[in-house]
Design a protein around this ligand. Structure first.
Ligand SMILES: O=C(O)COP(=O)(O)O
Ligand SMILES: [Mg+2]
Length: 244
């Protein structure tokens, strides 16, 4: 028993990986955002072993950054669905343009019922909406008005981001800054907004609560939901970390 444990430990120890981890629906227990403590503990242990664990979220990058500080993970976060990176308390990299997103919001409000902003922590690059209208209809309206923005659904909110901004492009900025290779990235997520992140990672995990469309974009799927799914994924990955 001891030698088996030791070999897994050693494999994990020698090859540094970067885990790009979504927050809501991935390490939370419910819609309210309560953290799954065992999943958080597992991510902290990965960090203690020398891996990077970086949150990539539709929440503000400050929320992701604070979770990394209090949780004991790598202290950098991609937030606002890829629009904003927080490197330190007063160091934010803005990749998206909030003005064009606000302009799109005005157009949607004037042309569609039930378009309402969601109460969230302040955003620097995007607009966040309640999931109270038809997404396809809204996309049609935006393209009719030639608005170069993207509307996406995290299952917790709709997001309006500048065109070309998503979790994949946001995380690629981190990869560039910290010289992280795609081969060493393991992405974990649950929704359509995580699919661009899956594409910049060699290994990607869709959790049991993800839709079939999202699951079909991941290299690995697990059956358990959210935090339990993260634990299932890490169990699956541990012996293979040297090969992937
Ligand atoms: O959209 C949100 O508010 C949170 O989404 P997340 O699943 O990307 O953390
Ligand atoms: Mg999510």
């Amino acid at each position: 028993m001891r030698s088996k444990y030791y070999s897994v430990q050693k494999i994990i120890d020698v090859i540094k990986r970067t885990f790009a981890v979504d927050i809501d629906g991935t390490i939370t227990e419910n819609g309210g955002g309560r953290i799954h403590l065992d999943a958080l503990d597992a991510l902290r242990r990965l960090t203690n072993m020398g891996h990077d664990v970086i949150f990539v979220t539709g929440r503000s990058s400050v929320e992701g950054f604070l979770l990394s500080v209090f949780g004991g993970m790598t202290k950098v976060a991609v937030g606002e669905n890829g629009g904003c990176i927080t490197l330190d308390s007063n160091d934010h990299v803005l990749l998206g343009n909030i003005d064009e997103c606000k302009n799109a919001l005005d157009v949607l409000k004037n042309n569609l019922d039930n378009v309402e902003e969601k109460y969230v922590f302040p955003r620097m690059t995007e607009v966040v909406l309640q999931r109270t209208f038809d997404l396809d209809l809204a996309r049609d309206i935006l393209s009719e008005h030639n608005l170069d923005v993207k509307l996406s659904d995290s299952q917790y909110a709709y997001h309006i981001n500048s065109s070309g901004i998503d979790k994949g492009t946001g995380f690629q900025e981190i990869m560039k800054r910290f010289a992280i290779s795609k081969d060493d990235v393991i992405a974990i997520g649950d929704s359509a907004t995580d699919v661009p992140l899956f594409k910049v990672a060699k290994t990607s995990v869709a959790l049991g609560n993800a839709s079939d469309d999202v699951k079909s974009e991941a290299t690995i799927t697990v059956s358990a939901h959210a935090g339990d799914g993260v634990l299932e994924a890490l169990d699956k990955l541990a012996p293979r970390l040297s090969e992937i």
